[in-house]
Design a protein. Structure first.
Length: 440
């Protein structure tokens, strides 16, 4: 970990828990065609507000159901959009009238959510957008937002009277509210910076990121903050988005604490046509993604976009249920686990995770082998092997019968441990896992 001037959060729980739920919910859930619709369709913020704000009425919202779905899926923390780029706030902020309490919802939607998740044993975190396309002091820039396409002159007119300093103060005020009025917030997820060499983008100076992080650390020294404030070295977690790294994520050449954030379908906010077209990722893909994160020493923050009425749609629920079925039997290969030791090479068609405390190695069999599973680097190091989902013993092939005869010609050297696998992949297990108990 890189030391940085503003201190660091406590990531000890984070690297153990490994799996969280991201929630994107706001007025864009009504548009139901991506949370960037204001920018994508160049809708002036006032028009957007008039169209959606008076109609945001999540009458079916029951945060207990959301929390149960997350806990059931084996998720151990959550991060919810307290405010996204549109500027609307799910919480009852004293610094704006663009908030849930003034919508037909007529109540603070954040508080009961955080409470519900905590009561299900899921830690609570907030996403807070640095961008705010509706705030009257937010400087209109040529890169991002509903006015990015305008000419320099038109932008200059819109920017007359705007004061980015006042906007930065507004953000500090709101973040202070989140950190003082909503109980223990464990993660603060700022999003995002886009600095440009000529100063036309937005970053550290525009957000007054230094003051922001100083305040956050003073209020909650242990809180985990992400890496999007545009201050080099500030960020307890690194956050690759919409792709999987090929290795343990690095920063300045060093392995860092990291969390991939990924979507179930093609957008973060509820997207009706994603659901209609069934552009949802399969449960199989999602479970593999979780395994891939942990095998590379990282976390997965998996996103859901509830509907404007406050429900998690059926396809998302079915994915969460499948993940939960898998996690109930295989949570041991995820929670508390990390990348395997460097002297254990990755076997063909498998992903490895390792629990350093119990000294158990988990072989996730992504592609079922032909009778024998060859594990390089493990000969003589394993005491016992079993399939994790039903704790059925897996026999180790005797060295003498196997390796003496085939060995080098088949690429099976003396370092290889060969397991006698059942002839077919167990039918009811999405990704079977072999648990290996290593000798001291
Ligand atoms: C991007 C998008 C945003 C989403 C975020 C999640 O930065 O702006 O819509 O909330 O990714 O990581």
């Amino acid at each position: 970990m890189l030391a940085h001037p503003y201190g660091a959060g406590d990531t000890s729980w984070f690297v153990r828990e490994r799996f969280g739920m991201f929630i994107h919910w706001g007025l864009y859930s009504l548009g139901a065609r991506h949370e960037w619709l204001m920018a994508r369709e160049k809708i002036p913020p006032a028009v957007y507000r008039q169209r959606y704000f008076p109609r945001f009425d999540p009458d079916l919202y029951d945060p207990n159901l959301w929390a149960a779905a997350a806990a059931g899926a084996g998720m151990k923390y959550m991060v919810v959009t307290a405010k996204h780029h549109e500027g609307f706030c799910l919480f009852d902020s004293a610094h704006t009238d663009y908030k849930a309490t003034n919508s037909p919802a007529k109540r603070d939607l954040l508080r009961p959510m955080l409470d519900a998740f905590r009561s299900h044993g899921v830690r609570a975190g907030c996403y807070y957008s640095l961008l705010d396309w509706s705030h009257p002091d937010f400087i209109v820039d040529p890169h991002i937002g509903p006015y990015a396409h305008l000419s320099a002159d038109e932008r200059a007119k819109l920017n007359a009277g705007r004061d980015q300093r006042r906007y930065a103060a507004y953000m500090r005020n709101q973040v202070r509210e989140l950190l003082t009025n909503y109980g223990d917030i464990d993660v603060l997820w700022f999003d995002f910076s886009y600095p440009k060499a000529d100063g036309s983008g937005k970053g550290r100076a525009d957000w007054e990121s230094d003051q922001l992080i100083e305040m956050v650390r003073k209020l909650r020294p242990d809180i985990i903050v992400d890496d999007r404030l545009d201050i080099p070295g500030v960020g307890d977690i690194h956050t690759p988005e919409q792709f999987q790294p090929r290795q343990w994520y690095r920063h300045g050449g060093q392995k860092v604490v990291w969390e991939a954030c990924q979507t179930l379908c093609w957008s973060w906010g509820y997207d009706r046509d994603d659901a209609l077209l069934d552009r949802y990722r399969s449960s199989d893909e999602l479970i593999r993604t979780l395994i891939d994160c942990v095998a590379k020493g990282g976390n997965l923050l998996l996103n859901i976009g509830p509907t404007g009425r406050g429900e998690i749609d059926a396809r998302a629920l079915s994915r969460l249920a499948d993940i939960g079925t898998w996690m109930r039997r295989h949570g041991r290969s995820i929670t508390g686990c990390t990348e395997a030791p460097a002297d254990i090479p990755r076997p063909d068609g498998c992903a490895l995770t390792w629990n350093p405390e119990t000294r158990r190695l988990y072989v996730h069999v992504l592609s079922w082998p032909y009778r024998i599973l060859h594990l390089p680097g493990l000969a003589g190091r394993v005491e016992y092997a079993q399939l994790l989902h039903d704790s059925s013993e897996v026999l180790m092939q005797g060295l003498e019968q196997w390796q003496e005869r085939h060995n080098e010609n088949a690429g099976i050297g003396r370092d290889v441990l060969s397991l006698k696998m059942p002839p077919n992949q167990p039918k009811d297990v999405i990704v079977p896992v072999i648990e290996l108990f290593l000798k001291e």
